[in-house]
Design a protein around this ligand. Structure first.
Ligand code: AMP
Ligand code: GLY
Length: 425
């Protein structure tokens, strides 16, 4: 039976999902809430807020939705899965974990306790609150530098501060506890040791027991070339990760993925959906830096085009507990995705700039992230405006094609990194 799908979210990640879902013969109709002008090419955009569950549920009932795919983390952390269970909507296939499962991303303290309890390699840490600020200061004084401070709650990628100097770390505590700079996300702070190594991201689709590993990716979070400047949501990504060979992936499965699923089962945490493992390779060993309860943006834009499976079929399998009957088929191509951002990003982006040249792009996929329509014209409407993915025989081929596409498109203040994947050239 074909599915009537509602996809939540509005970024490049959701455009990539929408494109892939709409290609499936098992997709009867696709709605995207709220979507963007790019997703409107793949299905029907509906003006709903993913965090307003009553509105989402009313739409699901009215339009006989059978599958709900949750792109961003916020509705998951707020408990959309649990809401559907409680409101007699448990017949809807929800792709995303329970609120408890989403705590892997929603609370850094929860994630660290989970990692330690399940003997999964991660940086040493302690958690402090405003009430234990004095102990936090003493802990920093006794700790090695660099020291990493993390806001416990969701902070849209801005909650991690790496301090090379102890005094700077102590001053940063004030930002968390006193200035309110991180809102309630900063009420608790995880302080952990700095791990030196090379990062990569591994994603699984799971039904809570079985899992499928998706293509690996590496994202580039800093605004400047050579990984300099401020952190962003991500300026580009590559897939596959050249150093993630079979031996290293086996270590990740044995030391990270399997113990994570075992831990979720032991704690009876319901989890259907994606787990994103933010990893760092230290001396050939994987350590977990963070968990996310959804796929990454822009990683999704480079990972999904490399998967040959029917995504709707995989989602059906995840909700029917038949994932073990499937394997992921990756194409042999290399992918590079480049984020085209607005001037001002990651601070306040300039919006409302007319975007031209998209119809001239060949040999690359243009995903829309922060765009909107004004009088039928496409204009910028966010920090990350477009995400452009190209596939090639090798990394160099893929990057040339992606850059060529980026160069074809123009809008005032357009900013992007030319060096995505630079360590591997
Ligand atoms: P997160 O928001 O947890 O993804 O952290 C943002 C970035 O901070 C990560 O991608 C890493 O580059 C860096 N980071 C976080 N924790 C550590 C750590 N313990 N050691 C080194 N780098 C880290
Ligand atoms: N690109 C990082 C993230 O989605 O969290």
């Amino acid at each position: 039976m074909a599915e009537r799908i509602l996809l939540l979210g509005k970024g490049g990640r959701e455009h990539a999902f929408a494109r892939k879902l709409s290609e499936s013969s098992l997709c009867e109709h696709l709605y995207i809430a709220p979507g963007n002008p790019g997703t409107a090419w793949c299905g029907t955009n509906v003006a709903l807020d993913p965090n307003h569950f009553d509105d989402i549920a009313a739409f699901v009932i009215q339009h006989q939705i059978t599958m709900l795919v949750v792109g961003p983390e916020e509705p998951l952390v707020l408990g959309i899965w649990d809401y559907f269970q409680q409101r007699h909507l448990s017949h809807v296939r929800v792709i995303g974990p329970s609120a408890n499962g989403a705590q892997l991303e929603g609370s850094k303290d929860f994630a660290k306790q989970f990692l330690i309890r399940n003997h999964i390699p991660t940086a040493d840490y302690r958690t402090f609150t405003r009430d234990t600020k004095k102990e936090a200061v003493a802990f920093i004084r006794s700790f090695t530098t660099p020291v990493v401070l993390k806001a416990d709650g969701l902070a849209a990628g801005k909650g991690v501060i790496i301090c090379t100097d102890k005094q700077e770390a102590i001053n940063t505590l004030d930002d968390f506890f006193d200035s309110g700079k991180f809102g309630t996300a900063g009420n608790k702070v995880v302080i952990e040791s700095f791990l030196r190594g090379i990062e990569l991201s591994v994603f699984i689709l799971t039904d809570g027991k079985d899992y499928l590993i998706l293509p690996t990716a590496k994202d580039y979070k800093r605004i400047g070339e050579g990984d300099t400047g401020l952190n962003t949501g991500g300026m580009g990504a590559i897939s596959p990760v050249p150093f993630a060979d079979d031996a290293f992936m086996k270590k990740i499965e044995d030391r990270v993925i399997k113990p994570t699923l075992r831990g979720l089962n032991e704690q009876q945490i319901a989890y259907t959906g994606f787990i994103y493992f933010g990893l760092i390779k230290v001396d050939d060993n994987p350590f977990v830096i963070e968990y996310n309860c959804r796929l990454g943006d822009p990683e999704t834009e480079v990972v999904l085009p490399r998967i040959e499976n029917d995504l709707v079929q995989l989602f059906i399998a995840a909700t029917d507990n038949t994932l073990h009957e499937h394997t992921i088929t990756q194409n042999k191509l290399h992918g590079v995705t480049i984020v085209v951002a607005a001037s001002g990003y990651p601070g306040t982006p300039e919006k409302g700039k007319f975007i031209s040249g998209m119809d001239q792009v060949h040999d690359a996929i243009v995903f829309q992230s922060g765009t909107t329509l004004a009088d039928q014209l496409l204009i910028s409407n966010g920090g990350r405006v477009l995400t452009i993915t190209a596939l090639g025989q090798d990394l160099s081929d893929a990057r040339s094609k992606a850059l060529q596409a980026v160069d074809t498109i123009s809008f005032e203040g357009k900013y992007f990194r030319r060096d995505i994947g630079y360590e591997f050239f």
